[in-house]
Design a binder for this molecule. Structure first.
Ligand code: FAD
Ligand code: FES
Length: 277
């Protein structure tokens, strides 16, 4: 059987509770004889015997290999099962698959990262990757701003990571849809945070979150003059093979698993993408 159909066993080295329903699983492949590397934005097919597979984004930077992170929201049977696992348990991994964010073009650009909920997972790898290279003085981006929206303060995931990014120079701005008196920060949609951001021709915007959020963020960025090639987002489709064979993730002539999941707005405009229309 082709190697990419066979899951490779990976051991859970660490589990980080992000909020009540998202956990980050820090994994390491057991067999190191075959290479494993990836770029931010790519995903793996995660499997548990007898339960099947699900597509999950790599949420760490490849610079942290051989350890790599999957940040998983409890959504259904497979992700529920993974949430019951402990360090030392094993899962199966196929991949990496899909097109990554074009990190090779980010040097000198102002990155504007806009995320909602678990949508921060694939973008976290981009920020970690850029910070790593920034701190080496190696093709640094010009600046990084993160706009991150959550439903309530208790839903904010990656809190330790957010503090560490802020300390390392990322301008992190949070908002929640609703909050009690204890919350001192912004309340409102993530699009409202965009009103106080500078958008120039040097801005590259990366967006990941629920389809409705993506749609409104894109509309606002376009109205602020951000070019179609500089607006980059991800699409989510149910996947089976993850590698362009089964056609399950077909979308208007494209296969999201190989042509995406990362697309520029210029590419999406050539496709009939209902949720962004
Ligand atoms: C490229 C990519 C990257 C992803 N990255 C992440 C990530 O980093 N973290 C993360 O938590 N999730 C991620 N997901 C989503 C994850 O793959 C799904 O939530 C997956 O369905 C979970 O599997 P499950 O068996 O736990 O839940 P499922 O049993 O698949 O159920 C999850 C939800 O999907 C619905 N559903 C199931 N099958 C279908 C179908 N055929 N059509 C429509 N709806 C269906 C169910 O009703 C339920 O609401 C990603 C998906 C893609 C495509
Ligand atoms: S998931 Fe099989 S072709 Fe995309």
């Amino acid at each position: 059987m082709k190697a990419s159909f066979l899951p490779r066993p990976a051991v859970i080295r660490e589990i980080i509770q992000q909020n009540a329903y998202i956990r980050t699983f820090r994994l390491e492949l057991i067999d190191k004889t075959r290479p494993f590397t990836f770029l931010p934005g790519q995903f793996v097919m995660l499997s548990v015997p007898h339960l099947g597979e699900a597509a999950i984004s790599l949420s760490s930077s490849p610079t942290a290999l051989p350890l790599f992170d999957l940040s998983i929201r409890r959504a259904g049977s497979l992700t529920e099962a993974v949430h019951t696992m402990a360090t030392g348990d094993q899962v199966g991994i196929r991949g990496p698959f899909g097109r990554a964010f074009p990190v090779e073009h980010f040097a000198g650009r102002d990155l504007l990262v806009v995320a909602g909920g678990i949508g921060l997972a694939p973008l976290k790898g981009v920020i970690d990757y850029c910070l790593y290279h920034q701190e080496l003085g190696d093709d640094p981006v010009s600046g990084m701003t993160l706009l991150y929206g959550s439903r309530t303060p208790r839903d904010i995931a990656f809190q330790e990571t957010l503090s560490s990014w802020q300390a390392r120079g990322v301008d992190c701005r949070l908002t929640v849809d609703r909050a009690g008196d204890e919350w001192q920060g912004a309340v409102g949609l993530v699009t409202e945070l965009l009103d106080n951001c500078t958008v120039t021709e040097n801005t590259t915007a990366l967006i990941c979150g629920p389809p409705i959020m993506i749609r409104f963020v894109i509309a606002k960025l376009v109205s602020r003059g951000c070019g179609d090639k500089n607006i980059i987002t991800t699409l989510e489709r149910h996947m089976k093979c993850g590698m362009g064979i089964c056609g399950h993730c077909h979308l208007d002539g494209k296969l999201v698993c190989v042509d995406g999941p990362v697309f520029t707005l210029a590419q999406l405009k050539k496709m009939d993408v209902m949720e962004l229309g």
